[in-house]
Design a protein around this ligand. Structure first.
Ligand code: NOJ
Ligand code: NOJ
Length: 715
């Protein structure tokens, strides 16, 4: 990156970019055309407003404004440390004058805050516009895209992102609903509802990951924009899609309930959510590709998203006078597994396990868990990886530090200051650059933490989080600092400035027109990979909301954070998938807030006649062979092998060749006959006679619901 200059309207012609560029709102940053300098300008038209604003802001801060600034009209608030000094020059130094590091830091923080305020103010409408452009059928960049379908990017080659990814769409819609719930908009409501309708259809589309009938098709990562399957090679399945979509739709369902439209939530939205929850409860423990579509294994992001979806889904079910017993049964096991990604000795999450261990594991994967699973009611809980937990803060430091030396645009930025961050240090996709969405998430986690500290009235510095805090307040030691104490204030000031620093980095590498691609170049900051990435705009908007203190609803983390089983088991519950039939929403469901009573996780069973039977079959198999259970009840296919239930080998090892699954069977007290079958090269091998028998007895277990296990060996 070359030197950074900030220009005023008077000087652009001589010192700034070519005159031809002046009509554009902001000049490109990192554009070789301008010698790789970063120059930001406003249009002439917006100048008075902008200058007025900046002047006003500065007046609150400086006793007297330097004449030069007044006279020229400051063009655009400077976007980073260097230009701030250029803009304010010696006047500021004169005012602050203090050599003292603390005073310098304070001054720097205030300037950063103003620069970021302005960036956000300019960028927000652009981000909204460009995000909505990527949604069919009417989005300006979404010609030919089906109604409600969200494309990842309008880029059709190098790379081709003109598809809809379930993950990107789920995350984007979660942000849309948040925003919508905060500030009603009929346009957003239509967009959200179109999305729900589109997903009801998409769930049923057979694709290379599988089909709807047994749920396997739900984990297909991406589809064509006209809702047909994408049949090329890809890293599939990706099991974060269903829980992320469930989370997004659950938020809208909760809004509907809270505004008096429970029937709509139950009849139109819930059937779609239910399939995704059923999928999650059945397949969460199977390996799959991570969110970056590269590593087959177990991904922290996927597991944490699964846990959250199950908990929030179970709570929603209660609100809708139904239940998700599979959610309640499985969620503690998922949370239990989630803990195993933590590497205490290194102080960070290892984002991929059961595959991908050749990497350090420091990955935006974990930062996105902290931000997307933020629950403002859960305090600084580390079990659910809350943003202000000592684990998540230590992880944040380790993650950010892993990028300090590898990107040349970070050169010279001291420890403790924000830098450009990407997916993970070993990344080579498009040369492995910083990503906007990662940069915004790094800021967002800190805004979330600041919110909770303020709410709980204290900051705890533990041995684990000490290194994080020391980067910002070197004199801090472990302890609890109450709101109002000077240490509390120092930390809050420093962390606020640090958070804003990530926005400043993004601002510095946001080009003149406000477009946000997927990546910005590690060497010169110019945009690269897919242009106008929907997820980048969403990440900006959500982080900006958190910065403004607009926070999401609780999802139930506080209710479950203490419910870790002492030993992890791995229940996977077989499900039934039912196509959601609702294709439209009632008109005029406008805001009508009615108090919704708090709900708690169910601990009784709606249907005491239903028994969760866990089949455990020990049988050595070859790669490619499958074990199923078939039997005398409909849940076991009524002896029809085409309806047999496939067991999971996720617990299989050579020393313990376990195939297992939990199957809900109705008929407490009755005796069920069954047998296991082995599918090998399309051939069916039956166990020897006689049939096995189990009497459903319904000893109560998790949630007080009837459950039992059988343990068998192949014969
Ligand atoms: C496309 C994926 O979307 C991206 O995440 C990945 O890095 C590349 N393929 C290379 O595997
Ligand atoms: C590549 C990213 O790695 C992946 O997470 C994303 O879903 C696709 N690009 C589409 O944006």
């Amino acid at each position: 990156m070359g030197p950074v200059t900030t220009t005023t309207s008077k000087t652009t012609a001589t010192k700034g970019p070519p005159l031809a560029a002046i009509g554009r709102p902001w000049q490109h940053c990192g554009d070789p055309q301008f010698g790789n300098t970063c120059v930001r300008m406003t249009t002439k038209a917006s100048l008075p407003v902008m200058a007025g604003l900046v002047v006003q802001q500065l007046q609150g801060y400086l006793p007297s404004l330097p004449a030069a600034v007044n006279a020229t009209g400051l063009v655009l608030p400077a976007m980073h440390a260097l230009s701030k000094l250029v803009v304010l020059g010696s006047a500021v130094q004169g005012v602050f004058g203090l050599p003292d590091a603390a005073a310098r830091a304070r001054r720097e923080a205030v300037l950063t805050k103003r620069a970021v305020d302005s960036y956000i103010e300019n960028q927000r409408p652009i981000a909204w516009e460009k995000l909505l452009c990527n949604i069919g059928p009417n989005g300006c960049a979404a010609a030919g895209v089906a109604s409600g379908i969200i494309i990842a990017s309008p880029s059709k080659h190098d790379p081709d992102y003109f598809y809809t990814w379930t993950r990107d769409a789920g995350l984007v819609v979660a942000g849309l609903v948040d925003s919508f719930a905060h500030n009603y908009s009929s346009i957003l409501q239509t967009t959200i509802q179109n999305f729900v309708v589109s997903q009801a259809k998409l769930q049923t589309v057979t694709n290379p990951s599988g089909r709807f009938a047994d749920g396997t098709g739900l984990a297909e990562p991406k589809f064509e924009v006209n809702l047909t399957p994408f049949t090329g090679e890809w890293g599939r399945p990706q099991r974060d899609g269903p829980p992320l979509r469930a989370i997004a739709l659950t938020r809208y369902a909760k809004w509907l309930v809270a505004n008096g439209y429970k029937d709509t939530a139950k009849n139109v939205v819930w059937p779609v959510i239910k399939n995704d929850l059923t999928y999650t409860a059945q397949y969460w423990n199977e390996t799959g590709f991570d969110l970056w579509e590269e590593v087959p294994g177990s991904s922290f992001f996927t597991i944490a998203s699964s846990h959250r979806a199950l908990v929030e889904g179970a709570l929603l079910a209660t609100q809708l006078d139904t239940e998700c017993r599979a959610c309640v049964t499985v969620a503690p096991d998922v949370l239990c597994f989630q803990q195993s990604f933590w590497k205490q000795s290194a102080g960070h999450i290892v984002s991929n396990i059961n595959g991908g261990e050749y990497r350090s594991g420091k990955d935006a994967n974990s930062i996105l868990v902290a931000t997307h699973n933020f629950d403002p009611e859960a305090g600084c809980d580390s079990t659910t990886f809350q943003p202000c937990s000592d684990r998540a803060l230590s992880n944040h430091k380790n993650y950010v530090d892993s990028f300090r030396s590898i990107y040349s645009i970070n050169r010279g930025i001291p420890q403790g200051k924000a830098v450009a961050v990407g997916r993970y240090a070993e990344d080579i996709f498009y040369n492995g650059n910083p990503w906007y969405l990662a940069t915004f998430a790094a800021a967002e986690q800190l805004y979330d933490a600041l919110y909770v500290w303020d709410k709980q009235g204290k900051i705890d510095v533990t041995p684990l989080s000490l290194a994080f805090f020391r980067d910002h307040v070197p004199s801090v030691s472990t302890g609890s600092y109450a709101k109002g104490s000077s240490m509390y204030n120092s930390i809050v000031n420093a962390v606020s400035a640090y958070a804003d620093g990530f926005f400043e980095v993004a601002a510095k590498y946001t080009p003149s027109n406000g477009a946000l691609s997927e990546q910005y170049d590690r060497n010169h900051g110019g945009q690269t990979s897919a242009r106008d990435l929907t997820w980048s705009y969403s990440a900006f908007l959500v982080a900006a909301e958190r910065r403004a203190g607009i926070i999401p609803d609780s999802w139930g983390a506080a209710l479950v954070k203490n419910s870790l089983p002492s030993q992890c088991s791995r229940a996977q519950v077989a499900g039934t998938y039912v196509a959601a039939t609702a294709t439209s929403f009632p008109a005029n469901q406008t805001p009508n807030p009615t108090p919704t009573p708090p709900v708690s996780l169910p601990n009784t069973c709606a249907n005491p006649n239903e028994v969760y039977v866990t089949f455990n079959e020990r049988v050595s198999t070859q790669w490619g062979e499958t074990i199923k259970v078939v039997g005398s009840v409909p849940e076991l296919g009524n002896w029809d092998i085409s309806k047999a239930v496939t067991l999971s080998a996720s617990g299989y090892t050579s020393s313990d060749p376990l195939w297992s699954l939990t199957v809900p069977i109705t008929g407490n007290g009755k005796t069920v006959e069954y047998k296991y079958i082995k599918i090998s090269n399309g051939n069916v091998v039956w166990e020897s006679d006689p049939n096995r028998r189990v009497t459903l007895r319904g000893a109560s277990s998790q949630g007080g619901c009837a459950a039992q296990s059988v343990y068998d060996h192949w014969r």
